[in-house]
Design a binder for this molecule. Structure first.
Ligand SMILES: Cc1cc2nc3c(=O)[nH]c(=O)nc-3n(C[C@H](O)[C@H](O)[C@H](O)COP(=O)(O)OP(=O)(O)OC[C@H]3O[C@@H](n4cnc5c(N)ncnc54)[C@H](O)[C@@H]3O)c2cc1C
Length: 457
């Protein structure tokens, strides 16, 4: 076979890349292609923070290919039209790509397969590129997917793990394939000031540093908000600059309780992916309806604005929301408590919060974001859908000395100890000097509203 096209999507790497390996083994020449998909941009997924990270990833992928004698070909427009055009220009026999889970990804795959087959070409879709265990591989006896994590995890652990693949030594691209210029993050506006750098090189450096010095303490420290002791590998897993299969191999080789706890989180990622693959509508609709009549952007505009701005008067919530806007990233515990605050304490539709997160998160991911939001709102897979998190208790528990709040809420930086989580308990004149809002809602009232709404009076 002469030419194969490799369509990169959420797998922007050279190491452990089954489509690239298969194309290289089967063909003399390979076209590494990325299509800037107008449909994805048009659906509101082109948030500046992710576009910047993507630009870094494409530049790094291109540099890695050039070191191997190749280069990245970039096109933009309709993905099916662009792949067909490149395949026709190079007379390619095959196209290789990774499988993905969203409704859009399934539709894209179907359209692509039909279009290519009509022209006598073949589409090969590879599993275990974007997840460790492909969605649908492990299922309970009575359903097409698991709705509960623990039994899923038990089976997930028993699945065979393929060996990671080395990066190709050489990539030979056919002559004369036209490419658009690669984007650069310097062209973008509206980026979070503390946004991290993307790219496979950076992802591998972070993974190595994490395995060397972070993972050991992960089990004990992952919920410590101020300690910031999680891997921060999520954008690399989202863009596929790191292979989740390779991560599991390397963690297991590192061994220990921290590595085990970390691998469990990677299984959570797979869990949400298999839910979305089986129920694509869960990206927009309740996975399990609780018949909520949520407050909306129209009826709760002031509360939503305060939540987004980090001005709710609940310090740990405000700290987290400000971290999100400054970094385009937020600690998992902080995501959970801000999402629970919006949906249960303010009783606002989870889709409002999920949209805001997707507008800012550098790791914003349809499966992980929407299904974690649904978890927090009690419309997803949480087996205790009506539990409510108290933001003061959460603050005291996961930020016991207030360091996280002081870091992100400078108005409270002068407060010590517990006062930082309950500034409304300060004396009147001390409070007045703070320039920090009073709580936008009283917790007992909020709890009563939520219980009423869920029929739990
Ligand atoms: C409301 C809400 C929204 C979220 N939105 C996203 C999102 O858009 N993208 C995203 O990648 N994660 C999301 N998460 C999951 C989790 O918060 C992040 O993956 C994690 O904070 C990323 O930081 P880390 O890489 O340091 O995580 P680590 O603790 O180091 O975990 C390692 C990896 O495991 C995976 N992981 C960890 N926790 C979860 C989880 N609860 N669900 C699924 N996968 C997990 C991630 O890929 C993560 O990078 C969300 C969680 C909540 C509660």
């Amino acid at each position: 076979m002469n030419v194969s096209v490799v369509l990169f999507t959420a797998d922007l790497r050279l190491h452990d890349h089954p489509p690239l390996r298969a194309a290289g083994d089967g063909s003399r020449r390979v076209v590494p292609l990325f299509v800037r998909d107008r449909a994805v941009d048009g659906a509101g997924f082109a948030a500046p923070n992710r576009l910047a990270f993507l630009a870094d990833c494409l530049a790094d992928l291109d540099a890695g290919l050039r070191r191997r004698g190749g280069r990245l070909v970039l096109r933009s427009g309709d993905v099916v039209g662009q792949v067909r055009a490149v395949a026709a220009e190079t007379d390619a026999d095959e196209v290789h790509m990774a499988s993905d889970v969203s409704g859009y990804a399934h539709h894209r795959e179907d359209r692509l397969r039909r279009a290519l087959e009509a022209e006598g070409r073949r589409l090969h879709v590879h599993d275990t590129v974007t997840t460790v265990v492909p969605p649908g591989t492990v299922t309970p006896s009575s359903s097409d997917h698991f709705a509960v994590f623990t039994p899923y995890f038990r089976q997930w652990c028993r699945q065979p793990l393929r060996a990671p693949l080395a990066a190709p030594r050489a990539v030979r691209v056919p002559d004369g394939v036209g490419s658009e210029e690669l984007p650069s993050r310097t062209e973008l506006t509206g980026l979070s000031a503390g946004l991290v750098r993307g790219g496979e090189t950076e992802g591998r450096r972070r993974l190595a540093a994490w395995l060397r010095s972070g993972i050991r303490a992960y089990e004990d420290r992952h919920d410590d908000l101020a300690g910031d002791a999680t891997s921060r590998l999520s954008p690399h897993l989202h863009f596929g600059t790191l292979s989740p299969v390779e991560c599991v191999h390397r963690c297991r080789a590192a061994g220990g309780a921290g590595a085990e706890a970390f691998v469990r989180q990677l299984a959570w990622r797979d869990f949400h992916h298999q839910v979305l693959a089986a129920r694509p509508a869960a990206a927009r609709a309740d996975y399990r309806t609780r018949h909520d009549r949520w407050r909306s952007e129209r009826t709760a505009a002031g509360d939503i604005a305060a939540w987004k701005a980090g001005r709710t008067g609940y310090p740990v919530v405000d700290a987290a929301m400000r971290q999100l806007s400054h970094e385009g990233w937020m600690h998992n515990r902080a995501r959970l408590l801000t999402a629970a605050f919006l949906t249960k304490t303010l009783y606002v539709d989870w889709r409002v919060g999920a949209r805001h997160f997707l507008d800012l998160l550098v790791d914003g991911d349809l499966a992980n974001n929407q299904l974690n939001w649904q978890w927090a709102a009690g419309t997803g897979t949480d087996s205790r859908p009506n539990r409510v998190l108290n933001p003061v208790v959460q603050g005291r528990r996961f930020d016991p000395d207030g360091a996280y709040v002081r870091r992100w809420v400078p108005e409270l930086a002068g407060l010590e100890g517990r006062a930082v989580h309950e500034p409304w308990k300060l004396r009147e004149e001390e409070r007045a000097a703070l320039d920090y809002p009073d709580p936008i809602v009283e917790l007992p009232e909020a709890l009563a509203r939520f219980r009423r709404a869920r029929g739990r009076d």
